[in-house]
Write a protein that binds this ligand. Structure first.
Ligand code: SF4
Length: 601
């Protein structure tokens, strides 16, 4: 290749000269800057050239340069332990935060799902460890933590209303008390982040669902009237090493979180954005927690997760690395099949083995993750309850496609039939959304006919509420008018109630096993508990009831298993009279599974 002579025109020459000048000025500035830096550590003296007017300025500059620096600023009695550390290991801002927080009283204001209740128990464990106290009275609190939900607009509206109310309490706080701090935690915090701080001066701390370990530090920062935010989502946070402290220690039931986040990306759902990617807790830590609860006398655990039956623990070295996720027939996912690890069926088996007298439930599952292994596990273990949540969301295949649920109406109905064949006594519950983007009257009718065909014992029914960030928000129009959504909601409620009444009335005259939870909310003359299908059962208190084996009789207590005779029902509850005190194993020993088809895998 021939080298061409460098020929510059007049514009290029002018540009080159300008560039040279810039470089020269920059070098000069750099030299002056270095001199200033060197001078910083040398005592300043005045020179002959200093004028009389410059002297006060020089004096001030000398004072600044020879005064305390950042290191002096951080040095205080709480850093003494760090004095012997090499300088680069001293972390001034990680001081003993307990000095800011001893015995501060915290009040929990919990909204949303069971996951939020369990998260609150994790938060309480973290704060208790850091010397906080808990108060049941809002007016006594030094810190109010609101654990929020972002799933629907109405849920967020409720929280804004609450913040308004708390603003008044915060302002009227007497001057002789430490100022009240308010923290906004959970999904809404994750979704709205800084907006919460900008819009509303009431909030001092904003923490997302993966930031709860950081709460003591975030709250310590508020002592200096700073406001603090941590909404980082994690790929692996499961709080596995934290044993939640139960909010109601007298309760016979408890929640155990087994996984967090969701990979399904249903188009209407904000959860993957507020709770992050799916990750499972180690099976060993789950079992430890369940054992601990069993020792405390807990008789029922509910395993929790956003897609609970997608559980997969890949930590154990012997976990089967080649087993691919097996889905229910006719179901698909948006993500690549996951390989290896202990699955939900394995976990169910191990958890139910901790204490055969302890009931096991789980929520919230996705219908795709009900392969035969899971159905067989539920069928064959008397203490795994026979009530399944099967969120359908819609009964129309085109709507399901727009929702990206990964199944059709036909596949869903086929799965229900399959489950009922092997677990005939199963009670089903579901979530339904009406008025999703573009839902026509005909498409909505399919939801009604699905509800009538399946017959749910419990249903959670909602009008669609569009959430920012979701796929539906980007792709679709929220075009079903609010009054139409309301009409469709009322129709769903009506159909559900009729079905539930029919199902509950059919139980009159039958015997059920009930775990007693406490007194009925309405009267101490009645006790309330739940049967295996998770239906509330009301029975008279203060009755002397015999033991099944004839060994005596006594009053029924909280935590007892009682066989009851159902004598009345409405769409929500069963009413019954107690027959005898028993154990879970004894009750099911005779005739258990007699009516079911044995499932062979
Ligand atoms: S499976 Fe449930 S939590 Fe996950 S994206 Fe769908 S609706 Fe949301």
């Amino acid at each position: 290749m021939n080298a061409k002579p460098l020929v510059l025109n007049s514009v290029q020459l002018a540009f080159r000269n300008k560039l040279h000048k810039e470089v020269h000025n920059y070098r000069l500035a750099l030299r002056n800057f270095s001199c200033t830096r060197i001078r910083r550590n040398t005592p300043q003296t005045s020179t002959e050239s200093d004028t009389a007017e410059e002297k006060p300025l020089l004096k001030f500059r000398n004072k600044l340069l020879n005064g305390p620096n950042l290191k002096h600023f951080f040095k205080d009695e709480h850093l003494r332990d760090q004095e012997n550390l090499p300088e680069d290991e001293v972390i001034p801002y990680l001081q003993d935060i307990n000095r800011y927080t001893p015995n501060r009283k915290v009040y929990f204001d919990v909204y949303g799902c069971q996951m939020n209740v369990n998260d609150t128990e994790i938060i309480w464990a973290i704060l208790k460890e850091n010397k906080f106290e808990r108060t049941p009275n809002l007016v006594d609190a030094d810190v109010i933590l609101i654990i929020t939900c972002a799933i629907r607009d109405s849920a967020e509206e409720k929280i804004w209303g609450r913040l308004n109310y708390l603003k008044g309490i915060k302002k009227s706080r007497l001057k002789d008390r430490p100022s009240l701090k308010i923290g906004l935690l959970g999904c809404m915090a994750e979704r709205l982040k800084e907006k919460v701080l900008e819009k509303d001066g009431t909030v001092d701390v904003v923490a997302g669902p993966d930031s709860y370990r950081d709460l003591p530090r975030l709250l310590a920062l508020t002592e200096n009237n700073q406001r603090s935010v941590n909404v980082l989502l994690s790929l692996d946070e499961t709080y596995a090493d934290i044993t939640p402290v139960r909010l109601n220690e007298d309760s016979v039931s408890a929640f155990v979180s087994i996984m967090r986040g969701c990979d399904n990306m249903c188009t209407y759902c904000i959860v993957p954005f507020t709770r992050g990617r799916e990750r499972s807790r180690l099976v060993s830590s789950i079992l430890r927690e369940v054992e601990h609860l069993s020792e405390q006398g807990v008789k029922e655990v509910t395993l929790l997760g956003q897609n609970v039956n997608s559980y997969r623990d890949v930590s154990e070295s012997d976990s089967r690395m080649d087993n691919v996720t097996s889905l229910a027939k006719g179901f698909k996912t948006v993500y690549k099949a996951k390989k290896g690890g202990l699955r939900f069926a394995d976990l169910l088996q191990r958890v139910s083995g901790v204490n055969p007298e302890m009931r096991v439930r789980f929520t919230s599952p996705h219908p795709k993750d009900f392969p035969d292994e899971v159905i067989q596990m539920i069928q064959s273990h008397p203490n795994i309850c026979k009530n399944l949540h099967m969120p359908a969301q819609s009964g129309n295949s085109a709507v399901l496609e727009r929702m990206r649920r990964g199944y059709t109406r036909e596949a869903y109905l086929e799965l229900v039939k399959h489950i009922r064949r092997y677990i005939p006594q199963v009670a089903l519950s579901s979530d339904f959304i009406c008025g999703f983007c573009g839902e026509t009257d005909e498409e909505f009718e399919d939801t009604i006919t699905l509800m009538e065909e399946v017959q749910y014992n419990t249903a959670f029914l909602f009008p669609y509420s569009m959430r920012e960030k979701t796929t539906a928000h980007r792709r679709f129009q929220d075009d079903v008018p609010p009054h139409v959504k309301q009409q469709r909601l009322e129709r769903m409620i009506q159909v559900f109630r009729q079905t539930a009444l029919r199902l509950n009335t059919a139980q009159i005259g039958k015997t059920h096993l009930v775990l007693i939870e406490g007194y009925s909310r309405r009267s101490k003359n009645f006790l309330q508990g739940r049967n295996d299908q998770n239906i509330k059962v009301i029975l008279p208190s203060s009755e002397i009831v015999p033991f099944k084996d004839g060994s005596g009789a006594r009053e029924v207590n909280v935590g007892d298993y009682v066989a009851v005779h159902v004598n009345d029902a409405n769409s929500q509850i069963l009413k019954a009279i107690p027959l005898y005190l028993t154990s879970l194993q004894d009750f099911y020993a005779e005739g258990y599974l007699r009516s079911a088809v044995k499932m062979q895998l």
